[in-house]
Design a protein around this ligand. Structure first.
Ligand SMILES: Cc1cc2nc3c(=O)[nH]c(=O)nc-3n(C[C@H](O)[C@H](O)[C@H](O)COP(=O)(O)OP(=O)(O)OC[C@H]3O[C@@H](n4cnc5c(N)ncnc54)[C@H](O)[C@@H]3O)c2cc1C
Length: 467
């Protein structure tokens, strides 16, 4: 690839005059906030940040990138932990101004532009008592989340977000608009359901919706970390017989300074089980009884809650600008020795408080019943997805957080499939990106890549090289 150079002012001015949206360069007052992403450890300086107002702007911006041979980063909600949504000496196509959302309550579908966030989509769909599987933190973008699979509170009943994607508008590297759905370009739709941002800029996504809430039954049960081994043993068995309406996850975290936690416990390490049941309150209560009766919880804040509030339940734990390094495994099961290892590694995290955490997502249900024919999202047969989250605010502590994540990931490797979950994967190189898919799915994706992006314009992602 030829080296890139900063486009001159006249070229940038031309781009500006052709867009309905905004163009930001380093002399702009908003440059520093515009170049930042969720992960504060990522510090990159693009030549140009374009905020398209619509598809025409995306096409024009891609033409500009081609003309100046600029590396292209595409940004939805900016949450990607690897920081692929920004780039040094290149151009960012930041979709954050494209947030149009239209719900069809009769057909039970929603169509949203690529810059929408889950909080925004949920607000529109919940007005009609509808929802689709979204993220556990409401400021996550629908774009990156869905293209990487998308696990969330509704997944065991309705599949991952990608399973609910029924059509997408995609601007390819050469500026062509392709509409992917089951009737037209079904192979592209298959690839978008888990193949990441490899095929183009997705300017709009359309989803299937389901009746959800507005009130669901859920919340969090907190236990002292000393009970972690017992709780995980219980959890491993209990989750074998849960109804699809109930999705749960285990979290090792620092006790939040909330009224419902005794003051002397604030800031201490705890193990918690978070949950969401989308059936009736009576069904939710019944399904969660064994969990709530287990042991002697420090706090039990489970009950009827609005679905939108539940979707924002973890927002405060993931502020924009936090520094983050994550590593992830698929765990087929939780044998005794895996539980012991998780408990030991979580204990080693104590000094890394209050922001680092371990998340163990129970999957199965509708996710496991899906297949690789449906979409590129892979590894549906693992019972659990594990995410090791090293998170801090000051650079000085970065090394200890990163070492803890790496050590823990290595220690848990014997119990893992060897494949990461794409949405939690950092910038770890091509072997792990490939391992996020099975060999057949990866080969099918490389063929699709060759068709839609043969020169690998969209390579700032978990990259699929053209076949
Ligand atoms: C606090 C937090 C909570 C999270 N919770 C969950 C969770 O519950 N479940 C889960 O599965 N994941 C979760 N994630 C991971 C998240 O799904 C991924 O980081 C995802 O990439 C975020 O999407 P985004 O649009 O916000 O990110 P961005 O950083 O904007 O985008 C990530 C990448 O996706 C591609 N992309 C994004 N939008 C488009 C588009 N419109 N067209 C083409 N390519 C695009 C680009 O390649 C881009 O580099 C979480 C992440 C964070 C930081």
């Amino acid at each position: 690839m030829a080296s890139t150079s900063r486009p001159d002012e006249a070229s940038v001015e031309r781009l500006r005059s052709h867009l309905r949206g905004v163009v930001i360069t380093s002399d702009h007052a908003d440059y520093d906030s515009a170049r930042s992403v969720w992960n504060g450890a990522i510090d990159r300086r693009p030549f140009v940040i374009a905020r398209p107002a619509g598809t025409a702007d995306v096409i024009t911006t891609l033409a500009f990138a081609r003309e100046h041979r600029l590396p292209v980063a595409v940004r939805g909600g900016g949450h990607n932990v690897a920081g692929f949504a920004t780039v040094d000496d290149g151009i960012v196509i930041d979709l954050s101004a494209m947030k149009g959302i239209r719900v069809d309550p009769v057909a039970r579908t929603v169509r949203a532009q690529g810059g929408a966030l889950w909080s925004e989509l949920d607000q529109e769909t919940q007005a009609f008592g509808l929802a689709t599987t979204g993220g556990l933190v409401s400021s996550t973008g629908i774009g990156g989340f869905t293209l990487g699979g998308g696990i969330g509170w509704l997944m065991r009943k309705h599949g991952v977000a990608a399973d609910n994607l029924i059509s997408a508008d995609v601007v390819t590297a050469d500026g062509e608009l392709v509409i992917a759905d089951e009737e037209g370009n079904p192979e592209l739709l298959w690839g978008l359901r888990g193949g990441g941002g490899n095929f183009g800029v997705v300017t709009a996504l359309e989803y299937r919706l389901h009746p959800v809430g507005p009130t669901v039954y859920g919340g969090v049960v907190f236990h002292p970390v000393e009970r972690a081994g017992e709780l995980l043993r219980f959890y491993s068995e209990w989750t074998r017989s849960l109804p699809d309406e109930l999705t749960t996850m285990v979290v090792f975290l620092s006790a939040p300074p909330e009224q419902f936690i005794p003051a002397e416990m604030h800031g201490r390490q705890m193990i918690a089980v978070a949950c969401c049941h989308t059936g009736t309150a009576a069904e939710g209560e019944e399904s969660l009884k064994a969990l709530r009766d287990f042991g002697d919880p420090v706090a039990d804040v489970v009950g009827p809650i609005s679905y939108s509030a539940l979707q924002g339940m973890f927002d405060a734990s993931a502020p924009r600008g936090i520094h983050a390094y994550w590593k992830t495994h698929h765990l087929p099961d939780l044998p005794e020795s895996a539980i012991d290892t998780i408990v030991a590694q979580a204990a080693a995290m104590t000094e890394l408080f209050p922001l680092s955490a371990v998340h163990l997502h129970h999957v199965e249900g509708a996710v496991a019943r899906g297949s690789s024919d449906q979409g590129a999202f892979s590894h549906r047969d693992s019972r659990f997805v594990l995410n090791l989250l090293g998170q801090w605010m000051q650079d000085a502590t970065a090394d200890s957080h990163i070492s803890w994540v790496r050590d823990s990931w290595e220690a848990l490797r014997p119990y893992a499939t060897g494949s990461p979950y794409l949405n939690f994967l950092g910038d770890e190189g091509s072997a792990l990106a490939r391992a996020a898919y099975g060999a057949d799915t990866f080969a099918r994706l490389t063929a699709l890549k060759k068709k839609y992006d043969p020169t690998n314009t969209f390579r700032l992602n978990q990259n699929i090289p053209p076949a």
